[in-house]
Design a protein around this ligand. Sequence first.
Ligand SMILES: [Cu+2]
Length: 275
Amino acid sequence: MRFILTLLLGLLLVFGIWSFISYRDFLMGPSPASYEWWWPREISTYGQDTDGLFRLIAVMVLVMYVLTMGMLTYFVFKYAAPRQDKGTYSHGHHKVEMAGLVVVSGGLLIVVFAQIGPWADMKFESSFEGEPIFAEIWASQFDWRFRYPGPDGRLGTADDIETSWELVVPKDEKLVFNLRSRDVLHSFFVPMLRLKQDSVPGMTIPIWFEVDGEQHAEAFKGQEDTSFDIICAELCGWGHYKMSGRIRVLEREDFDEWMDGMVAERFSNGQIEGE
Ligand SMILES: [Cu+2]
C-alpha cells in the first residue's frame, strides 16, 4: 500500500509538470500556428507586459507545486513505514511555520510589485487621458455591438454607425472605447490583445488597446483571415457560449474607406439630421 501510494503521488507530480510544459496536448488540442506557450500570440502594445506577469506567476506556481507535491510524496513514503513506537503528539514547529509564511508572503509581494506598472498602464485613466472615444462597445444577451461616432465625430447623435459581431479598427493607434452593458454583467475578452474587462450595467467603463501592426502581420503571416476572437468571459446566461465576435484590423486608409462605405450604405438617402 505504501509503495502504491507513493508511486501514484510521484506519477501525479510528473504528470503535473508534463501537462504544464506541453499544455497544448492536454488543453488546446491541435493548436493553430499562432499559439505560443499557454496563449495565442500577443499583438497589442501591452501584451508583452501581460505575458511577463503570466510567466512569472506560472513559474512561481510550478515551483510551489513541485515543492509541495514532492514533499507530500516523500512524507507519505517515509511516515507510512511500519513502526513499533507509540504515536506522538506534535504542536508543529514554530520556526518552520514562520519560514513558510515569510517565503509565501515574499512571493506574493513580488507579484504585487511586478504588476503595479502594467496594471496602471492598462487600466488607469492617466494612460489614455485626452484621447477621444473611438467607439462604444455594447454587451447584451447574447452579442456584441459596436457604435462608432460617424461623420460628426460625436457619439449619441443621429449619424452614429452601429455594427454587430465585427469590430473594425485601424492598426498602430491607441484606441479608447467606452464599454457598456444593456442588461447583465458581461466581460469583454480579447485573448490576442491580452485585454479583459467586465462590462457592468449602469456603468461606462473606458478601455484601450493598440494593435501592433508588425506583430499582427507576423502572427497572421500567410493567412487569409487576419481577424481574431472576441469572447464573453462572464457567465451571463443560457446563451453565454455563443456570445462571440471578431476584430478586424486595417491600415488607417483602408479603415477610413470602410467607414465611408458604412456611412454611404446607411445614409444613402441623405437622412442624416441637419442635412
Ligand atoms: Cu456575456
